[in-house]
Ligand binder design. Structure first.
Ligand code: SAH
Length: 218
């Protein structure tokens, strides 16, 4: 596909898959419009980069469906300038979208091969405010805590305590919670200034498992 065709496919994706389904936050739509998703998928998947589903990225993992990336980003309520933590860098695409709005994104990936690939994809897309770290993201990334917002892009049995501890009061955490191979729901977890926890469910989803000390055993 030529650059023009890809740009047109991206515009169509934002209009039909995101806006028409009710995600209308201008910053989120602008972020989705500005990240070249084709830079984050393997060569063989490029013709399908803007289709309405996840795609394989190697190592048995997937780049999330564009709508789910948009919904997660919107639920984080970013206004600009934040420090954000992502767990599950995968291709680096969701981190790139978050980085269009936030000042700084830290993304943790447990598989070295994907962390390396995510860094290369982000560089190819010209994104400079994402740091990809290799490690067990169920333990967060304490070195840069606290975070204004945390996005977990793999499904776990519950929100890891380590992530709750690294979210600043008033911050938002979005994560798929449920069974490893069954029912999962995208949840938004928040803690208010008084320390009270709130959980809302956004929709049913299907994510690859969050594997680690405070996730699934594998
Ligand atoms: N945000 C990614 C989606 C990747 S799929 C994208 O936009 O492409 C989820 C990723 O979570 C996989 O790459 C998987 O290896 C990773 N993952 C699973 N458990 C993890 C853990 N405990 N810590 C960090 N990454 C993890």
């Amino acid at each position: 596909m030529t650059g023009d065709t890809l740009a047109a496919a991206r515009e169509r994706m934002v209009a039909q898959q995101i806006e028409d389904r009710g995600v209308t936050e201008p910053l989120v739509l602008a972020a989705l419009r500005s990240v070249p998703r084709e830079a984050f998928v393997p060569e063989a998947e490029r013709p399908y980069a803007y289709e309405d589903h996840p795609l394989p990225i190697g190592a048995g993992q997937t780049i999330s469906q564009p709508y789910i990336v948009a919904l997660t980003t919107a639920a984080l309520g970013l206004v600009g300038g934040e420090r954000v933590l992502e767990i599950g860098a995968g291709s680096g695409y969701a981190a790139a979208v978050l980085a269009q709005i936030a000042a700084e994104v830290h993304s943790v990936e447990r598989l070295a091969v994907l962390a390396t690939q995510a860094r290369a994809n982000l560089a190819r897309a010209g994104v400079t405010n994402v740091q990809v770290h290799e490690g067990d993201g169920t333990l967060g990334w304490p070195a840069a805590a606290p975070y204004d917002a945390i996005a977990v892009t793999a499904a776990g049995p519950q929100v890891p305590d380590a992530l709750k501890a690294q979210l600043r009061p008033g911050g938002r955490l979005v994560m798929p919670v449920g069974e490893q191979h069954g029912h999962q729901e995208l949840c938004r977890w928040t803690r208010d200034a008084q320390g009270r926890e709130h959980v809302e469910t956004l929709c049913g989803v299907r994510f690859v498992p969050l594997l680690g000390e405070q996730g699934f055993a594998g």
